[in-house]
Design a protein around this ligand. Structure first.
Ligand code: NAD
Length: 410
């Protein structure tokens, strides 16, 4: 199976060839600007020294300071971080926020570390790279294994070197220069986009059924926002399995149950199904919002949904994508579908730079504006060029980065 990086590379190549991008521009756009790899030693609670490896891959800054998450996970490696950094370049360009793309990570199993150890690890990583990121250079944000608390430590440590600079990182706690609405942003954006997508097929939330895989940050807010818009959500799931109810699942009750029990298993509002079965349900809209590579050449022929929205990163393999193209099942691609998080991160950075705070309704209003505007632009390209939405998204993104590069020069 292709890695996320190889998949993105394949979509990049396809779009680059449709738009006739020169080989020299292609070379420039695939080459990362800077790859940072540092030693991050800490003293463990037991007195021993432990050494970790930290990465920050800065892919492209043609359109602005670089932006991307920081991941703490034992499988973090240079290739994966680089792939994710390049995806961020295209994602920020698709939604037209003035950023480039970057990604960082530390290869560490967070379950092994105490909170104090995580704080020491984070501060030590900042000590190593503080000259290479910052409000006008590269702005980290939370990702797998990191949280708003991690971002608060980063801000605090960065400021010891550079003075007051809350805009050096986003996804901070609301009580420490964070933005209202950041936590819900990705799921709310998925919901905004799904509704815009369905409207193009003369459908509404009310007359469509939905199956959502994953009941974490993205899945829960997607489900809540869609249900508030009138949607009937007939299936949900988490790592332990799923639930099916053709009459519609009561999402607030499922949220309450899952928060108390730490699982959906045993929730009385539906019949148990497996995650594999959920993907093949006869729902109008399928929203994978958990893991990558869940829709593959093995199950793509059996999918019965009429529309797919990639809320997770890379849930469809390129082989499955080809099958959906051939079966004419429209797919809303990840680089647009889950861009709500980075968009509200941008709003947080703007507020920090202006020493001004927006209320929640303004954040939601602006998010919807950015999401629907990007969707409409991509839809127009898809229709004009007769290409799938994914290709249209890459055409838009690569076009914007290439133009900025040409205008700026080297
Ligand atoms: P999360 O950790 O909050 O939730 C993940 C959910 O997936 C949980 O319900 C978990 O139980 C479930 N899950 C885990 N393993 C599973 C499995 N094997 N089968 C089925 N379900 C499984 O994560 P999240 O922040 O909601 O992220 C979900 C996806 O969205 C990821 O692909 C992530 O990269 C992507 N994404 C997240 C954001 C964001 O702002 N959180 C932004 C962009 C993209």
């Amino acid at each position: 199976m292709k890695s996320a990086f190889e998949a993105a590379q394949q979509y990049f190549e396809e779009a680059a060839s449709i738009m006739g991008l020169s080989d020299s521009m292609k070379d420039l756009l695939v080459t990362p600007e800077r790859e940072i790899k540092v030693q991050v030693p800490i003293r463990r609670d037991n007195g021993q020294i432990a050494t970790y490896i930290g990465y920050r891959m800065q892919h492209n800054s043609a359109r602005g300071p670089m932006k991307g998450g920081l991941r703490y996970h034992h499988e973090v490696n240079a290739d994966e971080v680089l792939g994710l950094a390049s995806l961020m370049t295209w994602k920020t360009a698709v939604v037209d926020i003035p950023y480039g793309g970057a990604k960082g990570g530390i290869s560490v199993d967070v379950r092994d570390l105490s909170v104090d150890e995580l704080e020491r690890l984070t501060r030590r990583f900042v000590d190593e790279i503080h000259d290479l990121f910052g409000p006008d250079k590269d702005i980290p944000a939370p990702d797998m294994g990191t949280s708003s608390q991690t971002m608060a430590w980063i801000m605090n440590q960065y400021q010891k070197f550079h003075g007051f600079a809350p805009a050096c990182v986003t996804g901070k706690p609301v009580d420490l220069y964070g933005a209202e609405g950041r936590e819900e942003a990705t799921g709310r954006g998925v919901s905004n986009l799904t509704l815009a997508f369905l409207r193009r097929f003369n459908r509404t939330a009310e007359n469509s059924t939905f199956a959502i895989q994953g009941f974490g940050n993205v899945g829960t807010y997607t489900a809540s926002c869609l249900q508030q818009a009138g949607a009937r959500i007939i299936a949900i799931s988490d790592v332990n399995g799923g639930l099916f109810n053709p009459a519609g699942i009561d999402i607030p009750a499922a949220l309450e149950y899952s928060a108390a029990q730490k699982t959906l298993q045993g929730f009385p509002g539906g019949t148990p199904i497996s995650n594999a079965e959920l993907l093949l349900l006869d729902a109008d809209v399928l929203i994978p919002a958990a893991l990558g590579n869940v829709l593959t050449a093995e199950n793509a022929h059996d999918v019965r949904a009429k529309f797919i929205v990639e809320a997770a990163n890379g849930p469809i393999t390129p082989e499955a994508d080809a099958i959906f193209r051939q079966r004419e099942i429209p797919v809303l691609p990840d680089i647009l579908a889950n861009a709500g998080g980075v968009t509200v991160s941008y709003f947080e950075w703007v507020q920090n730079q202006q020493y001004f705070r927006w209320d929640l309704s303004r954040v939601r209003e602006e998010l919807e504006k950015y999401m629907t505007r990007s969707f409409n632009r991509i839809w127009t390209i898809a229709v004009e060029k007769k290409v799938p939405l994914r290709t249209a998204a890459y055409l838009l993104a690569i076009g914007r980065v290439a133009r900025a590069t040409e205008l700026g020069g080297v």
